[in-house]
Every structure is written in C-alpha cells, then in structure tokens.
Design a protein around this ligand. Structure first.
Ligand SMILES: Cc1ncc(COP(=O)(O)O)c(C=O)c1O
Length: 382
C-alpha cells in the first residue's frame, strides 16, 4: 500500500519527546516559548502564539477581533470545515465567494461583490500549499477598512512575492498529523498586532498572566512542551521537507505531461509548498479513484462536499451559487504527497494514474492531446 500522506517522524522527534518526559516540565513551558519565537522569525512576523490546534487558532483570532452576530466574513466554501465553523463560533456569518478554477483559491475578482456594510474581514485560504492572490485582496481590504485573516493551515513556508504565508494579516496554522510540519495536534497564530498578541496570550491561558489572576475571560487552548519538542524538530526539517515535496511535484508534472488532467499551477511570484498535489480529471474522477484504490494507492478527495452544501450550513439558511467550487469538488483528487515518498513508489503512482486517466478521461478530453494546465481543466471538467 502506498499511503496518500505519512508524517516524517523519526528518532529525533522520539528523543526530543523523551527529554521532555524526563524533565519535570511537560505542560506549556520553555519549549513552547522557543517554538513561538522561531515560528515568528520564520514567518517574518512580530508574534507567534502557539495553541492546541488550527481550528482554535482561527476561533481565537475572530474572538480577538470582537466578531459577533451581525458581522460577516468573506471566505471560500472549497476548504476544510474549520474555516467556516471558526467564523460561526463567534456568531458571525460566512459569506462565500467562488474560487479560481485553476488554483482552487479565492477569486479576488469576486470579493467586492460580496462586501456589505456588515463585512469585517476577508479570510482567504491558502489551500493545498499555495498562497492566495494577496495583492488585490490587501487592496480591497484597505479600500473597505477590512481585516485580512489568513487560513494558512496548509501553507507552512509558502511565499507570495517573497513574503511568507501568515505575514499578510493575522495568520492561522495547523500542526495536525498530516500537515507539512506537525506536533500531532497543534496550531499557531501569527500577527504583527501587539495588542491582539497580548490578548491572545491571555485568552489561551484562562485569561491569566499571573497565576489565578484572571484579567479577561479566557480558556485553556495551550500547547504542551511535549508537542513543542516535536515541533522544534519538525521546524528544523521543514525547508528540507518542502524541497522534497517540490521535487516530487516536479516529477509528477513531468510524468503527467500531455495527459487530459489539470496539474497544479503556480502563478508567477509564488512558491508552492505542495501540502497536496491535486489534479482535476473532471467527470473521470470517481473511476480514477477506483483504479488507484484497486492498485493499493492512497488518494484523497479534498473536499467532496463544499462547505456551502453541508447540512448544518444549509440549516443556517446560508446560500451561495458557486459553480467553480462545485466543479472542483466533483473533479479533483489528491495523489500521494509526503517527503518520505520514494521515487520508486512515485513511479508506480505515475504509471497507474496515467493509465487510468487515459482510459477514463482520454476519450472525453481528447486522448493523447498535447494540451496541459487550465485548458485541460476546462476540457476535462463536467
Ligand atoms: C484549510 C484548513 N483550515 C483549518 C484547519 C483546522 O486545523 P486543525 O485540524 O488543526 O484544527 C485545517 C486542518 O485540518 C485545514 O486544512
């Protein structure tokens, strides 16, 4: 079986955790502080605040902004549920805009039409490891006086015009087991806002700076030193592992040349960190997934049901017409992508995928056609 994802956990992480367990300090302590300092420096921001997962990171940012009922946040539906649930946590309402069909990221050209007097924030998701088109997003935010919050949960180290994900607004990162770096469960908030950072440090720690003095209403969203010890090793490996992901992506790109399948695009000025390598094969998707599974190759569908079609969102009366989101949900699949994937195993994935796509999508999109990229996406899309 070739898995779709697998964390890169080795002896260094095991030794680091053992050291913490042997010490008397296993809750939040000096390792969390060191990880925060290093993450802030890595992202190029003033503050990183470690929390217990990415969902909480997003909820904390929105709570810190004082979002509440009547407020709106412009975001996407083609994302993981937490993007949406973190907005709803505050009582605010997500307003969905469609994605660019080739990058699967928020279409900045459609944001302005979604802005109302109630809009407080724009919340792009840097899905699959590619940063959204931040220049127009920042310009719109500036024009309307909105806060930019980045869902960078899948984009550790990705850059846009030389700046890292999480440094354009307030950023939220996940350190879940499948992410580009992990602490098992965990998250970071990044920000340059001193006041928000101070508030978040209190909020995640029961509102306390001094033990049993509760300055604000806070909760326990802390990361442990056990997690941070893993995170420090993972951060040491991040750039090497990102380079391996990029090399694997380049091998996939070469292996799929001429295939009627849309491979990931990387617009100029951006680096992709390939949290996922996602391909669009349109109406052939389910047949291709079946072939890959039959060949014992793990594939993922991120995400089969867009957020605006989830039961609880429909029950809230939130409606949206998002044809490009629906098309991505219907046509995409993600292939094995993790730093420990060997060239030999990847060659098996490439051969199996090529064969399957040519059999199922070839007739529809013109088998053996030389077109690639977005033109293939539209050819292959339903
Ligand atoms: C796009 C996106 N947003 C938010 C989250 C939430 O992060 P976590 O699972 O750490 O709560 C994730 C991770 O699964 C994610 O991929």
């Amino acid at each position: 079986m070739i898995p779709q994802v697998r964390p890169d956990i080795g002896q260094e992480e095991i030794d680091a955790v053992t050291d913490v367990l042997r010490s008397s300090m296993i809750a939040m302590g000096k390792r969390v502080a060191e990880l925060e300092e290093r993450w802030a420096a890595f992202c190029g921001v003033k503050h990183a605040i470690a929390v217990n997962n990415g969902t909480i990171a997003e909820m904390c940012i929105f709570a810190g902004m004082g979002l509440g009922p009547g407020d709106e946040v412009v975001t996407v539906s083609h994302t993981f549920n937490a993007t949406v649930s973190s907005i709803l946590f505050t009582g605010a309402t997500p307003v969905f805009v469609d994605i660019e069909p080739d990058t699967y990221l928020i279409d900045a050209g459609r944001i302005e039409a979604a802005i109302t007097p109630r809009t407080r924030a724009i919340f792009p998701v840097h899905l699959f490891g590619l940063v959204a088109d931040m220049d127009p997003i920042l310009a719109i935010a500036d024009r309307y006086g909105l806060t930019v919050v980045e869902d960078a949960c899948q984009a550790h180290g990705a850059t846009y015009r030389g700046k890292r994900a999480g440094s354009f607004g307030h950023g939220a990162f996940s350190l879940y087991g499948t992410k580009n770096m992990t602490t098992g469960e965990g998250g970071f908030i990044t920000t340059d806002d001193d006041r928000l950072a101070d508030w978040l440090r209190l909020y995640r720690n029961q509102g306390m700076a001094k033990r049993y003095h509760h300055e604000i209403l806070g909760y326990n969203f802390r990361m442990t030193d056990i997690q941070a010890a893993i995170g420090l090793v993972q951060l040491d490996k991040l750039e090497r592992n990102t380079a391996r992901r990029q090399a694997l992506a380049a091998r996939y790109d070469a292996g799929f040349a001429g295939l009627p399948a849309a491979v990931p695009v990387v617009p100029e000025g951006r680096t992709h960190v390939y949290h996922q390598y996602t391909v669009n094969v349109g109406a052939a998707r389910d047949a291709v997934v079946g072939d890959m599974q039959a060949a014992a190759i793990g594939v993922g569908i991120y995400y089969p049901i867009p957020c605006h079609r989830q039961q609880y969102v429909l029950e809230l009366g939130i409606e949206a017409d998002l044809p490009d989101t629906d098309a991505a949900a219907d046509g995409c699949l993600s292939l094995p992508m993790f730093p420990l994937l060997s060239d030999a195993d990847q060659d098996v994935v490439i051969a199996t995928f090529r064969d399957s796509v040519l059999r199922h999508a070839g007739a529809e999109a013109g088998a053996g056609g030389a077109a690639t990229g977005a033109s293939v996406a539209s050819a292959a899309l339903r």
